[in-house]
Design a protein around this ligand. Structure first.
Ligand code: NAD
Length: 350
């Protein structure tokens, strides 16, 4: 299994996208964000996506360099038409704008449509946390990718509709919640399917509404469905997913689940909140640090060694992979080289 440094993998990614017709400034953003996902341990949203995104460029669904248009704007909000540019690029610019506006307005909200897949959504609120703000990102799938059953239903009516919230801490990693409103991301079912593995009971139901551990049941005709987050209290994950669908899809105009749309996009909402306009940063950190110490002091339950905070696993993984390198499995590496050859790079340099 090959192993790469952050710089090597960013160069490989950037070179492939540039050769695939992406302007160099955009290719650099994509390289940075895909590799950041690998660093954080979320390989499902990292360089593994290179072949898929190059394919979307070739089919015209991603339009590199498309101008981002601000269609409505006030000091504290904007509505952006992404014009089907690269999702990661649009999302990074949207959160930058949210941070900029929150500096003068304290709180800002940016809504985006015509935006391709933005990848790991936790990357964007982290930008706000690094600017001493609270960042919130949520997306729907513009009415596509209907894999998740509503609570009490037995077919897929919603997308996995994730939400991410980041807050800075005085020292160490920002706190980062980055979760789907379904029990798991749909990609995890695909991984199990490819490996021939079963999935835990509680993730899926078959088309009869019965619990199943067979990942193929999600792709059957008629298909089964992913369960909303929450297990026996799945009404909570369902309600969260529905609200994210509205905030991501209705506010932006991207479209909600059930709209009949067939072109995958992320309907995006970015929010930034300037902490220092509510309270001093020192007081804020006192509260956050106290909270972290409080939960971490809990005696551990059987099967647990320690209490973690959201974002801690990713921060540790990032430190490990910065030190030891980022392993890329053989099949993913083969596909990346194949894609590089398709865009005219016979030998990758890194
Ligand atoms: P997950 O189940 O791995 O949960 C990740 C979250 O849980 C993180 O905040 C992590 O820090 C926290 N966490 C994990 N273990 C913990 C522990 N022991 N204690 C405390 N916190 C802990 O992630 P997921 O819900 O499967 O989502 C996977 C990724 O998929 C996310 O990065 C999401 O952004 C991405 N996604 C993107 C889209 C899109 O359309 N762009 C759609 C769905 C999912």
């Amino acid at each position: 299994m090959p192993n790469f440094t952050q710089n090597q993998l960013e160069k490989i990614t950037t070179d492939i996208f540039e050769a695939g017709g992406v302007p160099s400034d955009e290719a650099a953003i994509i390289g940075e964000l895909l590799v950041a996902s690998n660093l954080a341990g979320h390989d499902s949203h990292g360089v593994l996506r290179i072949p898929q995104y190059i394919g979307l460029i070739e089919s015209g669904l991603i339009q590199p360099g498309a101008p981002l248009e601000i269609e409505r704007e006030s000091p504290s909000h904007a509505l952006i038409n992404g014009n089907w540019g690269f999702g990661h690029v649009i999302a990074q610019k949207a959160m930058s704008l949210a941070i900029e506006k929150a500096k003068s307005s304290t709180i800002s909200a940016i809504s985006v449509y015509n935006c391709n897949h933005i990848g790991r959504i936790g990357s964007y609120p982290m930008m706000a946390a690094e600017a001493d703000m609270v960042g919130i990102t949520m997306v729907n799938a513009g009415g596509t990718a209907l894999y998740v059953a509503p609570f009490g239903g037995r077919d897929g009516r919603l997308a996995t509709n994730p939400i991410a919230i980041a807050t800075p801490t005085r020292e160490g990693h920002p706190m980062l919640l980055d979760i789907t409103s379904s029990v798991v991301a749909q990609g995890k079912i695909r991984v199990a399917l490819n490996r021939g593995d079963s999935v835990p009971l509680g993730w899926l139901m078959n088309s009869e509404g019965e619990p199943t551990s067979n990942p193929e049941d999600l792709m059957e005709s008629p298909p089964g469905a992913l369960l909303p987050l929450g297990g026996i209290v799945g009404h909570k994950g369902y309600a969260l997913g529905l609200m994210i669908d509205i905030l991501g899809g209705a506010l932006s105009g991207a479209g909600c689940s059930g709209s009949g749309n067939t072109r995958l996009q992320n309907g995006v909402l970015m929010i930034a909140l300037d902490i220092a306009n509510f309270t001093s940063l020192d007081d804020f950190y006192e509260h956050v640090d106290g909270l972290v110490d409080h939960v971490k002091a809990s005696p551990t339950a059987p099967g647990f060694d320690e209490i973690l905070t959201p974002g801690e696993i990713e921060a540790r993984q990032t430190a490990d992979r910065l030190r030891e390198g980022i392993p890329i499995d053989d099949e993913t590496w083969r596909q990346i080289r194949e894609t590089a050859a398709e865009v005219g790079i016979s030998e990758l340099e890194f």
